[in-house]
Design a protein around this ligand. Sequence first.
Ligand code: DGJ
Length: 736
Amino acid sequence: MYLFYSLKKAAATLVAGCFLATAQPVNAQVITIPVETAHHAFLLQVDGEKNLSTVYFGKKLADAKEYNEVAAMHKSSADYSGQLNSAYTTAGSRNLAEPAIAVTHADGNMSLDLKYVSHQLTKVDEDVALLTVNLKDPVYDVEVTLYYKSYFKEDVVEQWSAIKNLEKGNISLQKFASANLYVQAKSYWLRQYHGDWAKEMQPEEKELSHGIKVLDSKLGSRANLFQPSVFMISIDKPASEDEGTVLYGSLEWSGNFRIDLEVDPQDNLRIIAGINNYASPYLLKAGEEFTTPPFLYTLSDKGKGEASRKLQRWAREYKLLDGKGSRLTLLNNWEATAFGFNESKLKELLKDTKTLGVDLFLLDDGWFGNKFPRNDDHAGLGDWQENVKKLPNGIASLVKEAQNTGVKFGIWIEPEMVNPQSELYKKHPDWVVKQAGRPEYYFRNQLVLDLANPKVQDFVYSIVDSLFIKSPNLAYIKWDCNAVIYNAYSTFLKKDQSRFYVEYVRGLYKVLQRIRTKYPSVPMMLCSGGGGRVDYGALQYFTEFWPSDNTDPLERIFMQWEYSYFYPAMATANHVTDWGKQPLKFRVDVAMMGRLGFDIVISKLAGNDLAFCQDAVKNYNSLKPVIWQGDQYRLSDPVTESVAAVMYVDTTKTSAVIFNYLVNNRYGRGNRLPIKLKGLDPAKRYSLKEINLYPGSSSPMDGKKTYSGDFLMTVGFDPGISTNKTSAVVQLTEAK
Ligand code: DGJ
C-alpha cells in the first residue's frame, strides 16, 4: 500500500503547449507533460519518486492548467504497485500487471525499474511535434527513451521506444513493446479482425472483460493471414459512425505483433503494443540500442467515421508512398489466364489494355523459371529468369511492345520465396528458412528465404534492380508473399536464433529502402496472397495493397468497408473479376471505390459490356481526385441495412460521388428510406446525376434538379436501389 505514489496532492509544473523545444531538468517534485493534438490530449506525469505515469487520456481540455486536477477526481481502489498507469511498465520489480518491457541483465538478474531522467519537446513543423522522454534504471545500466510523435491536425500519435544496453555484458530483452497506453473509462468495446485466405477483415465487436485479451501474430512473413494488428476501442459504449469516443490502433510492423488489452483491477484499460516477443528474446549486446517500430493511434469523440477520415488523411500526408500523387488503372492477367500464357497471348492482352482504356498491363505469376518452369505453383520460385518457351524475347521486348501499344507494363514478383523445385534452392540451401534434421513443411508448396542474411537481402534487391536495369520503362511491381514461416531457423544467425523474426522484417525493410533509394516513385502493390500483410510499416514503401483474392463484389463491399476504417481508398487495389454472381456493372461499381483495376478477359466481353467498361474507366478518371484525395463517409452499413452506401467528398465540398449497392434482397428489399448524405456544405446547392449507366438503361434521377446540402444531409436522396437496379453510382456537383 505504501508503494502507491499518490499524485493527487503534489504540486505540479506544467509544460504548456505542444510545440516548445525544451529540455526539462528534474527540478520540481511533480512534472506534468501533456501531449496534445487538435482535439485530444494525454498527460504524462512524473512523481516525486521519478516514476512516469499516464494520468489523462482523452478529449483535450480548454484550459491546460486543469489537467493537474484530473487525478484528484478519480476514486480508484488501491494500486498496490503504483505501476498500473505506468507509461512504460517494467517487469521484475514491483509491477503486478502485464509489462511493456522485460529484461534479463548481463548478471542474470531479471528486474527492471525505470525512472524519469529528462524530456524534450521539439517542434518538427507546424503540424508535427516530437516528445522524447528519457528513463533509466537506477540499479542497472539500461536506458529507455520513449518517443511520442504527434500530428496535430490529424489527431494522430505514433509512439515507440528505444532500449539501450550500457551494461558491460549482453542483456536479453524478453519483452520490448513500442507503446503502453492507459485509458480510464466505464467500459471498453474492442473491434478486432480475423480472417484467412479470401476471408480477410472479418470484424468482431465485444466488450472487454477483466484480464488480458491478446491480438497477435506468430506467422512471421504473411503475418496478417489470421489477424491484422489494426483494432478499435470504443470508450464507454460502442461508437457508431458519427457518435461516440473511439480509438484506432495499429502497429507499423510487417511481422509478428502482439497487442495486450488488459482491463486491470481498477477497471482501467492498459494497452501494450509492439513486436511479438514470442520466440524472440532479443540479445542486445553491450552498447547496442534496440528501436521498436511505431504504434500508431488516433482518437475521435465523433465516432468511427471521423477517426477513419483523420487516419486516411494522415496516411496520405505522411505515410503511404506517394499519398498525394496518382495511381495507375490496370488490366491484370491472373484471374484471366493464371499460368497459361505466352508471348502472343500477352501481346493480345496489351491491345486489350489499350481497348479498355486503362493505363497499364500487369503480368502476374508464371513468367519465369526454365529448368523448373513456373507452370503451376509447385516450381520455379527463386529462378527469376524469363521462361524462354513462354517469353522467348524476354520481358524487355514486352515492355517495348506495351510502349508501342500506348500502355505501360508492370510485373509480378514474389522475391522472398523459393520452391524446393528451383535452381535457387539447390544452389543455396543455406538461404532457406528451414530446420536441418526436420521434415520440410510447405505453405503453397514453397519456403521463405532468410532475409536476416545480408546475402539474401542483396539477392532480393537484385531481382527488382535487374528488372529495371533490363527494362527501364517497367512501370509497376506487384510484390507478393504467399507463405508463412514454418520451422523458423536462420543458418546465417547461427546461435542467435531468437533474433530471427525481428531480423527478418528488418531485412525486408532494408531491401525495400534500397529499392526506394534507387527507384523512389515507381508504383508497387503490396500483396500477400491477398491481404496477408498490410500495415503502415510496409506502406511507406508501397503505393497500394491488395486487400484479398476474394473479389466477389458482394464480399468486397463488406471487406472494403472494414479496410476503409484504417486505409485510404487510393491505397486499396480493387479489381473487377469473374468472382461472384453479380452483374458486370455491380462488379465495376464496387471496384471503383479504390484504385480501379480489371482482371477479366476483355476480348470476350459482349459489345455492351465492353462499352460499359470503357465508359466506366472514363468516369473513374474524372472521379479520381475525389475518390483518392477526398473525405470518405460511410452512409449506410451493409451489415445492418439492405443497401450499402459510401460517399467521397472533395475537400472544397464542391463535388462528391456516392456508391450504392443492394446487399440483401430478401422480401424484395431496396432502400426504403432516403440515403442521408454527409460532409456537404449545408448552404450550397448540388445537382445529382447517375453515372456508370449500363448501355440502354436510364436513370430516374433528374440531373437538372438542385438540392441544398442541408436537404441532402437532413432528408437524403433516393438512389433507386432495388432488385431491378442493384447498384448506382451518383455524381454530385455544386450547382453554380
Ligand atoms: C496470390 C495473389 O493474391 C494473387 O493475386 C496472384 O498474384 C497469385 N498469388 C499468383 O500466384
